[in-house]
Write a protein that binds this ligand. Structure first.
Ligand code: ADP
Ligand code: MG
Length: 256
């Protein structure tokens, strides 16, 4: 059974009039977005800036219920109920006055969970996330890649089987970004959750995903659903072959 089912989702924002104007304008951001995601699938949503990707992800997180159509997650209608998900915004949003560990413990703290127990569960994961020996550092003393991994670890520790990641590597330099992609392939192989990964980077989408959903410019809709058949475990060498170029060509053609 599918874990996420979106059917004919459309979304409008009401934009206040410019100075001197009178009428509120209705801005259509999404039109008839439909897709399904299976349990433990890694699906990327790829589309141009402004096409509504972040808007869509906010809806999947249950933070925006003002839309047409339906989204069901674990068979729950998101307009009626919430499903816990691990949601990460593009910015790392680490709290600067907290140490790395205190930041990772934040979701547990909010839920009133046993922090000592949670810290014990987190500690062995620090190594995998490349953060060993840094648990008492504050964010400003970490590199961009480390901050992003800390934010990913915090997201991973949130309650829920679905990770929603909004351009998690968007702000990183190209080399760090490549390292983070390789690293994500590796950890995701070990700790699978369902992932919906928003990006505007074509290579990244192909490298990481089981499927790439390509969106049109605003009002965004899904124009192509491409299955990426590379075997796992994957590595960057796939990006040199003709199969990769075939996918890239396909995506570029559907981006128009
Ligand atoms: N709260 C809001 N009110 C009005 N317009 C918004 C709001 N949030 C986003 N938008 C507009 O909706 C469109 C899609 O935004 P967004 O979902 O952030 O796109 P993307 O993440 O694909 O770049 C943009 O034109 C943006 O300006
Ligand atoms: Mg966005």
């Amino acid at each position: 059974m599918e874990q996420i089912v979106a059917e004919n989702v459309s979304k409008y924002y009401t934009v206040p009039p410019e100075k001197g104007g009178r009428n509120h304008e209705r801005l259509q951001v999404l039109t008839n977005v439909s897709f399904r995601v299976e349990r433990n699938e890694f699906v990327s949503i790829l589309g141009p800036s402004g096409c509504g990707k972040s808007t869509l992800l906010r809806m999947l997180a249950g933070l925006d219920r003002d839309y047409e159509g339906t989204i069901r997650m674990e068979d729950v209608d998101l307009k009626k109920n919430r499903v816990p998900v691990c949601y990460m915004l593009q910015k790392d949003h680490l709290l600067p006055w907290r140490t790395l560990m205190e930041n990772v413990l934040l979701p547990a703290e909010i839920e009133g969970a046993d922090l000592k127990k949670e810290a014990e569960a987190v500690r062995p994961m620090l190594r995998e996330f490349g953060l060993e020996e840094f648990e008492n550092y504050r964010p400003h003393a970490l590199s961009g890649g480390m901050r992003q991994r800390a934010a990913l670890l915090r997201t991973y520790r949130m309650r829920g089987d679905i990770m929603l990641l909004d351009e998690p590597f968007g702000a990183l330099d190209e080399i760090t970004r490549m390292q983070m992609q390789d690293w994500l392939l590796d950890v995701w192989g070990k700790h699978r959750k369902t992932v919906v990964f928003v990006t505007h980077n074509i290579e990244e989408a192909i490298l990481l995903s089981d499927r790439v959903l390509v969106m049109s410019p605003r009002p965004g809709t899904i124009v192509k659903d491409i299955r990426i058949d590379f075997q796992r475990p994957r590595n960057r060498d796939m990006l040199l072959g003709s199969q990769f170029l075939g996918y890239k060509k396909d995506i570029l053609a559907s981006l128009g």
